[in-house]
Every structure is written in structure tokens, then in C-alpha cells.
Design a protein around this ligand. Sequence first.
Ligand code: ARG
Length: 571
Amino acid sequence: MRLERSLEKLARQAIADALGVDAPPLLKPANPAHGDYQVNGALPLAKEQQRPPRELATKVAERLAGEPMLAAAEVAGAGFVNLRLHPTWVAEQLLAMARDAEHEGVPPADQLQRVVVDFSGPNIAKQMHVGHLRSTIIGDAICRLLRFVGHTVIGDNHLGDFGTQFGLLIVGVREFGSEAALAADAIEELERVYKLATAKSKDDPSFAEAARLELAKLQRGDADNRALWQRFIAATRVELDKIYGRLDIHFDAWLGESAYETLLPGVVKELEAKGLARQDQGALCVFFEDEPELGKSPFIVQKKDGAFLYATTDIATVLYRRDHFHADRAIYVVDQRQSLHFKQLFSVMKKLGVPMELSHVGFGSVLGKDGKPLKTRDGQVIRLSALLDEAETRAAARMREEGLSLDETQITELAPIVGIGAVKYADLMQNRLSDYHFDWDKMISFKGNAGPYLQYAYARIQAIFRKGEIDPKSLASTQALTLAHDAELALGKQLLRFADVVHQAAEQSAPHLLCDHLYALARLFSLFYEACPVLRAEPAERTGRLLLCWLAARQMRTGLGLLGIAVPERM
Ligand code: ARG
């Protein structure tokens, strides 16, 4: 049940009945001292009808009085109506939620779509950097959210596996490569070779020329070069798979740039035939003269030497997703710095008459203590595997310091769940467009708004069930819930907001809304648990309180699950 939607419908009907017009109720969360939600719709209507706003608001409030959903509807301020949910109604909804263990009361979206989520997209023969980590974490959460509300999702890893660097890599590996090093850590070895080859190509024109020739051979399909290139990809994949495995992140498709290679000449032909692209200084370009906001630089689809570019591949990719996946929508989870590229791409697709809904879900940078993009102390790109190792070590250390009743075996088992959960949560809790500071102490914390705090809140509830020897599933058939205590009611109302939040997070590609909700839920649970004894409660109250515990734990587990974060059963 989507709470805000139900209230909106009710308020809209009340406005229609009381004032004889169909108008938006302008529902907003209220100042908690005065109500749960407020209806602001009477204000603009009063202006239109030139009548006192409080008079109109009073009529709406009178019409709302006595509705089973509401305990109160009161006129306040300039002419809005404060609504308070009825405890009996809240309790009924919670009982219904208890029976819906699969969806936690979250109904499917109105229009189910086929959505491609393009995320992660690291580059072959290069270390995945922190920017790819953000794309990976945010993209995965978006996939999970969209799936949960019923969409068909195709998570696609658009690997950078095609490009001019392969000429240098081929000559480099032949000259400087070590088989043993390639087997031990492919990415490290390929990066080493690439650096040497780049340096040499600068001093030695014949070496640079050789690299260009090898690239051209590769592109013409030369068997040896193809085989070598395939090896670079396969070896990089092994490293990438380790990282994705640790992150518990999976893709439905791995269609890198090279998958579209054969489609590129056709794309360019179509652009020319439709008069969308023209030659400029030897290159083929799409210009955006009629769209000044897309910048002065054109979208280059073919270089002077005939080579295709990132842009050409992205156009082919949209067409492929339309034809092959029958996608209604594609979401690109890519660094905000590529925003112009995507604006231009989307404009080209519109000009080509492709009806797919295309959105760029951008994100800001991860900053170090010095406020500059995160690097190692000696200015190197941070290796993701090292970062995840550190997260686990720090998580284990933190658990020891916290004095949790865990032995070393349990700490070792929990370290990846807590460490990696903390890294994911720290990323997802930000409004994705803002830059954020990478701060281990804040991230791996059992106190503030952090992953471990929420995981601990979940484990603590499980401990209640263990202590009381209660099988929480037996609570699903609970018949009565009174919510007599304020803290019970506040927790109950927060639980009912889940469906709204999940839908908003999915629609707006905004996982941080779900983080905010879960953090507020954990805090309200603590307040409830301080104020209301559970296992020691009178029998009449005990079952209801246990039910609240169970619903809170379930929502925490499902909500964190939608963020790609696991929960420990004990901590
Ligand atoms: N490989 C690209 C990069 O590292 C990201 C790919 C994003 N996806 C896309 N369809 N352009 O910047």
C-alpha cells in the first residue's frame, strides 16, 4: 500500500466533494508536532476563487473528518489541513504487511517496463577505479530497486574493451611482457606494460608506428592480434570477477564496446543518409546548432582515418538494446563528468526517431581527506581490491573495539559483510550528484548513519527473538495490534512509509532516499525499544510488540538488500 498515494486520493476526493473542483491536494509530510501529512491544496484554490483560504480549508477538513484512515483533520496556519493517521488504521495496514513477507507491502509500479541499466563499465587492461566503484554500487542498487517494483531489468556491463590503447598493448606485451606476471595479476602486468610502451612510443617513432600498424591489423581481424586481445580481455575478466564476487554484484549481459563493432559502419551510413551528420575537417560529425545547451563541440562519429569512436558505439548500443532487448528505457550510471556526452547521445537518438526513454544517472567524485579526488598517498589510483581489503580489516578491528560478544571466527566471518556493506552504504547514502569525502571512521561506525549501525540494529532484533525463543514467522497470523504507546505508533507509521520510499527511490534513481528511511527506522526502533518492554511486556501487549520487532527487522533486511547490503543474524 502506497501511503501517500492513498492519502492523496482521499484528499483529492474531499476537495472535489467539498469545493466542487478537481484539484491536486498538494500533500506534504507535516511538521510532526502538528500531524503526519498536510494538505495544501486549498491555498491556490482560494486565490483562484478569491475566497478566504481558511474557509475553503475548513470545508475540506470537515469532509475528511470521520474517514477511517484519519484520527484528525485540522485547519492550521494560512489555510492548510493537518492530517493525523488513525492508530487503528495504521495497525490494520501493519497486519496486512505482516502477511506479505515477499513484498513488504510494496505494490508493483503502474507501468512495467523493460529497462537496461548500463553500469560499472570498467576498461580492459586497466585498474577499475573509484569512479567505476560508484557506478557499480549505485547501478546495482538501481537494478535491485527496479526489479523489486516489478520491472524487467537487464544489467549490462558496457566494458571499455575496444580502443586505440590496444595497439600499444600488443607491441608492448611482445617487447616487455612476462607470462608469469600476466598469470599472477593480469591488470597489474598490463598496466606496467602499457606505461612502458607509452613511454617508448614517445621517444621512438618507429615503435609508435609499429603500434599503429598492429592496431590496424587488429581492427582488420588479424588472427594473432585478435587472440592476444582476447587474452587481455579474458585475463582482465578474471580480476574483475573477483571484485564483483566480493561485492556480490552480477550482470545479465556483458556487452562491451567491441560487441557493436560490426554495427558501426551501418550507424554512420544511417546518420549520413538522414542528413544528421556531415563532414567537418575530414571527420564525420553531428552538430547541435539548434540546441545551444548541448555545447559548441559536435558529436564525432568517425575520425579522419576512418576510426569509429566512443560516441559511435553508444549510438549502436541504443539501437541494439531497442532491437535485441526490446527495451523501453535505458539508464546510464556514469560519472557526471560525462553528462555532455549523454546529452548529445540522447539528442542524436531523438533525431533518429528512437522512442526509448534514456536517462543519465550521474554521480560526483569520491574525495580524500585533502578534498581532492581519492588517491593513494603517493598519488596513484586506488586499487579496488586493496580498498576492499582495507574495509574488511578495519571492520574486524572495529568489531573488536566495540566489545561485541563475538569470537574471532565470527569476526572473520562478519568482516566482509560489515566492511563491504559499510563501503556500499557510505556511497549510497549521499545524494549521488554530490561529491563525498571518503572517511573510514564515519563509514565503519556502530553509531551514526552508517552501514554497520543498521546491520547491528537488525542483529539486535534477531537477538530478541533468540532470547525469547520465538519463531518470528509464527507472528504472521497475529490478529490484534493496538499501538497504544506513542513510540509504537511512531514506529508503525514509519514502517508504512516503506512503499512510498521504495517507489520514489526507484523512480528517481535515488537510493539515498531509502538510506534515509532505514536510518530513521533504526532510530525509531531504538526509541520504541527503550520505551516499551517487549519480552517482559504483559501478554496483551507482548505479541503486538514482537510483531513490530519482526516487521522492523524484515524491512531492514529487505531495504538493505535493495541496496545490495547483507545483514548478519548475530553480531
Ligand atoms: N568505459 C567507460 C568509462 O570508463 C564507461 C562506459 C559507460 N557506458 C556507456 N554506455 N558509455 O568511462
